[in-house]
Design a protein around this ligand. Structure first.
Ligand code: NAG
Ligand code: NAG
Ligand code: NAG
Ligand code: NAG
Length: 179
């Protein structure tokens, strides 16, 4: 019932403003969400992700040759509504990524998207899957909390910017099927 009223509220807001930046509800069962994720490793005290195994980045070329195999990062990345890190906040992405291949760049991610703005403020989504940083990367949405209890869905990723070893901006489109 709480969920239903949230959806009705979203639809009302959508039609009353004619513009919703971070989400779109097309039916009572599907919610589309969009945000940008900013990952900043190897940047000293300003890092948003830190390696907890393997190298600290000082031998970057060797790590690249080895496809970062075996490295585990813990991250707390800001999520924004626009591509710029300075744009309005959507929330945080918190979890880990692990490089799982010596043959190719593949990281296995496991994290929670914690929404901290808009109508879904306080709800979370859990993301799981392997990424090859290729166009069309997809991850599974395997549940959530708040408005997304028992949700499932798919997260599509597009790499917007890769600044060498310094930072990356990823565009995320989530299709969430509600219970
Ligand atoms: C960390 O970020 C602050 C604010 O953007 C900047 O002034 C500072 O130089 C950065 N420090 C490092 C080590 O990059
Ligand atoms: C990184 O690790 C290497 C050896 O593994 C060490 O020589 C270097 O001082 C470390 N750099 C930093 C910034 O911790
Ligand atoms: C990151 O890459 C830049 C240029 O590619 C290099 O100068 C710098 O030393 C690298 N930083 C680390 C921590 O490896
Ligand atoms: C999100 O919810 C928290 C907890 O209720 C509140 O403190 C915060 O101000 C809200 N943020 C926004 C942007 O509405």
């Amino acid at each position: 019932m709480q969920l239903l009223s949230a959806i009705i509220l979203v639809v009302l807001i959508f039609f009353s403003t004619g513009c919703v930046q971070d989400h779109l509800v097309v039916s009572a069962q599907i919610v589309y969400l969009q945000w940008y994720m900013h990952d900043t490793p190897y940047s000293g005290p300003n890092s948003s992700s830190i390696p907890v195994t393997g190298s600290n980045g000082s031998d970057f070329q060797t790590e690249v040759q080895d496809k970062f195999f075996g490295q585990i990062f813990v991250f707390d990345d800001p999520l924004t509504l626009g591509p710029s890190p300075q744009s309005a906040s959507f929330g945080r992405a918190q979890g880990t990524y692990t490089y799982v291949s010596r043959e190719e760049f593949v990281s296995y991610v496991s994290y929670t998207v914690s929404i901290r703005s808009g109508v879904y403020n306080g709800s979370t989504l859990n993301i799981l899957g392997a990424s090859q940083y290729l166009p069309g990367n997809k991850y599974a949405i395997v549940g959530g909390t708040g408005d997304f209890i028992l949700a499932r869905g798919i997260l599509k990723e597009v790499v917007v910017n890769l600044f060498g070893n310094a930072s990356a901006t990823l565009s995320h489109h989530a299709t969430v099927y509600l219970e």
